[in-house]
Design a protein around this ligand. Structure first.
Ligand SMILES: [Zn+2]
Ligand SMILES: [Zn+2]
Length: 392
């Protein structure tokens, strides 16, 4: 899979290697291990397709727009956001439900239309994120590397391009997934060409829609895919900066309503960091989680199965955390507005009630107390797949 050549590559060799990697992402002269060990450095040649993706949005300036083309861009954003969250994240990264081997391949194809590289590369980096969240090892922590590096910089870094198959042995056991991961531009190119072809058909057979092939390429592929990338990236950057922390996890993950709407439910990131094995990330009915509803629908068809619930122990921990948070908020309000004497009566009473019924020691645990146990969940996923079809 990797080609062993001398590790000290000349600049020309590096450029040539980057060109080859556009089409064969496992091409790694000198070895993938050495690439991953390098310091962070933007590989501009390797990033040209990513730059073209952004520049392609300018196409709409001369292609113009139509309600159908813009509607397609919006619909494809959400259809593919579901693929990123429901498939790349909740299936390939965390295995929160099961499907058949054929179903798994179809899911990988759907996910690949998001143009966020292969499912295995995505899952490898995401599991690494959970194991090292907001530590120096985390490739995209806004606290360690700053906002822009966590949002967009890290994927331009040469050391982050290779997939470490040893960290995702459960997925690397399937040659069809490895192939899709290795040649990760195949599906995006077919997808973009298909949209362009659809636009051509609309020009010929539905002229009343005033939609052209270039509008479909510009809006349906470039604009929609670029927005999808930045929407997804908000979870790497803003979801560790913006929102409320229910659980005192070993990182700075947060729950945010705003991010939830952008990402179809991934805004409940602090919930997810506390318990990553559950299919749902909104733990209560009011924590809207459209990805989970979509997965429930897919489960009703039989295409996927065995969605994993949130354990009762985690829900009890959430209730204790929310109660402690309410009391703290009431105390802060009483300090800020001592003229409202009712707080003086309510707060001590509530606190006494809480102390009588809740072991708050769990709630105010040291910040990193839950870290090793949570990170163990990731390690369990990386074991090799069972020789018998594990998803069958
Ligand atoms: Zn995170
Ligand atoms: Zn995750």
């Amino acid at each position: 899979m990797t080609v062993s050549l001398p590790s000290c590559l000349s600049p020309l060799h590096r450029i040539l290697a980057a060109f080859v990697q556009w089409f064969d992402s496992d091409h790694a002269p000198g070895g993938a291990e050495k690439m991953r060990a390098e310091p962070d450095r933007v590989d501009w040649v390797r990033c040209i397709p990513f730059i073209i993706l952004h520049a392609g949005c300018l196409m709409v300036l001369w292609a113009g727009w139509s309600p159908f083309a813009v509607g397609a861009a919006v619909a494809l954003y959400f259809l593919r956001m579901f693929a990123v969250t429901g498939i790349y994240h909740r299936y390939f990264s965390h295995k929160t439900y099961r499907t058949s081997r054929v179903g798994q391949f179809l899911l990988a194809l759907w996910g690949a239309t998001a143009v966020q590289r292969g499912a295995l590369w995505w899952a490898y980096h995401h599991r690494h994120h959970h194991q090292h969240s907001d530590d120096p090892e985390d490739a995209h922590s806004p606290h360690v590397h700053g906002f822009w590096w966590s949002h967009i910089g890290w994927i331009t870094s040469r050391r982050n391009f290779p997939t470490d198959y040893s960290k995702i042995r459960d997925l690397a056991a399937y040659p069809e997934l490895v192939w899709l991961n290795r040649f990760d531009t195949v599906v995006p190119i077919l997808f973009a060409t298909g949209l362009w072809g659809l636009g051509w058909l609309l020009e010929l057979y539905a002229p009343g829609l005033h939609t052209t092939r270039w509008q479909m390429l510009g809006w349906g592929f470039f604009v929609s895919t670029t927005a999808l990338f930045h929407g997804t990236s908000c979870i790497n950057s803003l979801a560790h900066l913006m929102g409320r922390r229910r659980f005192q996890t070993a990182d700075d993950s947060r729950n945010s309503w705003i991010l939830t709407f952008i990402t179809l439910g991934e805004g409940w990131h602090n919930n997810h960091h506390r318990y990553m094995s559950a299919t749902r990330q909104g733990f209560y009915w009011w924590e809207i989680d459209p990805t989970y509803y979509g997965l429930k629908l897919l489960a009703a068809t039989g295409f996927i199965r065995d969605l994993k619930p949130v354990p009762a122990s985690i829900m009890e921990e959430a209730a204790r955390a929310d109660l402690a948070g309410s009391i703290a908020a009431a105390e802060r309000a009483a300090l800020l507005h001592p003229e409202f004497s009712s707080f003086k009566k309510v707060v001590p009473a509530a606190a006494a009630l809480a102390m009588a019924t809740v072991n708050t020691a769990h709630v105010i645990a040291p910040r990193r107390a839950t870290g090793p146990a949570i990170r163990q969940q990731v390690g369990e996923l990386a074991r090799p797949a069972d020789p018998s079809p594990p998803h069958g």
